[in-house]
Design a protein around this ligand. Structure first.
Ligand code: DOR
Ligand code: ZN
Length: 450
């Protein structure tokens, strides 16, 4: 029956202990957690023997670009949703830099309606800020499915941009929803663009969009949040300097995130992998990566996200500086972070905190992100025993490639479960791509945000 499930013999990753046991789901809700096991199956429910697997709360990825409407040749809400499911992601929050941009109630309602037919996981959407849509921002406050306001303070993919102080103040002063900022300083980008015009080497990307550029915008957004007592979330922190500054200055109105790729790659990977790992803000230097880990572990950084931003390989092959910025990641972030855990970088419980309960807390998503009785049964059963190499051909994203092509990772989701229903499965000995389960729209709901 839908939403009724018994999982036996799993290693349960509970909020503060990892222990073997069983877990029962009734009507999509976690109804019993039994450390030590002992739950008996009944005829009404589905059954999974999870011997050898770890049971985690499903990941919540609060930063993806699924490209619908406008660029469905790269991704749409169905292919993005399937990629998320393959990666153990049970809820996603999608960004507004579409074509047309998602900057008003009508475009949000349209996205929510498309997702209700195409997504298999739970979903929410950002409204994009422009220089003159304050009324639109206000009109969607409290609307189900709307997770917050996205401000691009520096130019990147698409044409959403708000960088003048007066306009930023207007938004901070006259809205209530959480503001998520892409923090790069537009003035500095403009001032320095001619100095870099002749640089064709990919290393110049991080020199141009430098630490100072990110730090300036992070400081500016933070002071607006303090001045207007406004909730602020700074997306994809990339530099040690920003992370250290936030350690001292974050206060309780500001949260922040880091991308799994910024915890993994550095300047040497940029040299090796080239345009595939070109993104904004850039992959930086070894010392930045190490400080990001430190500030993640000390709680300065609240969550780990993907900034899943698919572009075709053909457009990547145009070569720097003509290639677009952004890389896919929603189907690999959990195995990647679990691989870091198995290599001793962090604990498995840290990964669930950063990828499940952390994002739920940042965006006020109730009853999700932890294995707790009474919470929604959004789950993933992962295999930490087997290391498997991922190749482009194993991916579900429509662009058909991954920056981790050829990398051996562990922690692949064997089952991904939404409201007690399996939406993706892998055979431990079968293809790494696995099998999509269920029909689009049959599972997954629009998220509510507190
Ligand atoms: O590299 C990026 N790509 N950074 C962004 O901020 C946007 C994203 C995209 O949408 O391609
Ligand atoms: Zn993004």
């Amino acid at each position: 029956m839908q939403g009724h499930l018994l999982i036996q013999n799993a290693t349960l990753v509970l909020p503060d202990i990892v222990v073997d046991g069983d877990l029962r789901v009734s009507n999509g809700i976690i109804t019993s957690i039994a450390p030590g096991g002992g739950l008996e199956p009944n005829s009404e429910e589905n059954f999974i023997d999870a011997t050898g697997l770890h049971l985690l709360p499903g990941a919540i990825d609060p930063h993806v670009h699924f490209r619908e409407p406008g660029d469905v040749n790269k991704e749409d809400l169905e292919s993005g949703s399937r990629a998320a499911a393959a990666g153990g992601v049970t809820s996603f929050l999608d960004m507004p830099n579409n074509n047309p941009n998602t900057t008003n109630r009508i475009s949000l309602e349209r996205k929510i309606s498309i997702a209700s037919k195409k997504a298999v996981n739970h979903h929410g959407f950002f409204i994009g800020a422009t220089n003159d849509n304050i009324g639109d921002l206000q009109s969607v406050e409290g609307m189900d499915g709307v997770c917050g306001i996205k401000i691009f303070m520096g130019s990147t993919t698409g044409d959403l941009l708000v960088h003048e102080q007066k306009q930023l103040e207007n938004i901070f002063a006259n809205t209530n929803a959480i503001i998520a900022t892409h923090a790069e300083d537009e003035e500095r980008l403009q001032q320095r663009s001619k100095d870099f015009r002749n640089r064709k080497d990919i290393a110049s990307h991080a020199e141009y969009r430098d630490v100072e550029c990110a730090l300036l915008a992070t400081k500016r957004a933070s002071s607006l949040a303090k001045e207007y007592n406004h909730r602020l979330h700074i997306v994809h922190l990339t530099s040690g300097k920003e992370a250290d500054w936030l350690y001292n200055n974050k206060g309780n109105m500001i949260t922040t995130e880091v991308c799994a790729q910024h915890l993994t790659f550095d300047q040497d990977d940029v040299e090796k992998l080239g345009e595939r790992v070109l993104m904004n803000p850039p992959i930086r230097y070894t010392e930045d990566r190490e400080t990001l880990w430190k500030r993640l572990k000390d709680g300065t950084i609240d969550c780990v996200v993907t900034d899943h931003a698919p572009h075709t390989l053909k457009s990547k092959e145009e070569g720097f500086p003509n290639s677009p910025a952004g890389m896919p990641g929603v189907e690999t972030s959990l195995p990647l972070m679990l691989t870091h855990a198995m290599e001793g970088r962090c604990k498995i419980m840290d990964v669930t905190k950063w990828m499940s309960s952390g994002p739920a807390k940042v965006y006020g998503i109730q009853n999700k992100g932890s294995l707790i009785e009474g919470y929604d049964a959004d789950l993933t059963l992962v295999d930490l025993e087997n290391h498997r190499t991922i190749y482009d051909a194993d991916t579900w994203t429509r662009v058909g490639w991954t920056p981790y092509n050829g990398m051996e990772l562990t922690g692949w989701p064997i089952f991904t479960i939404v409201d007690g229903n399996v939406i993706h499965k892998r055979d431990i000995n079968g293809s790494l791509k696995g099998i999509a389960v269920g029909k689009p729209g049959d599972t997954g709901r629009v998220l509510k945000f507190d």
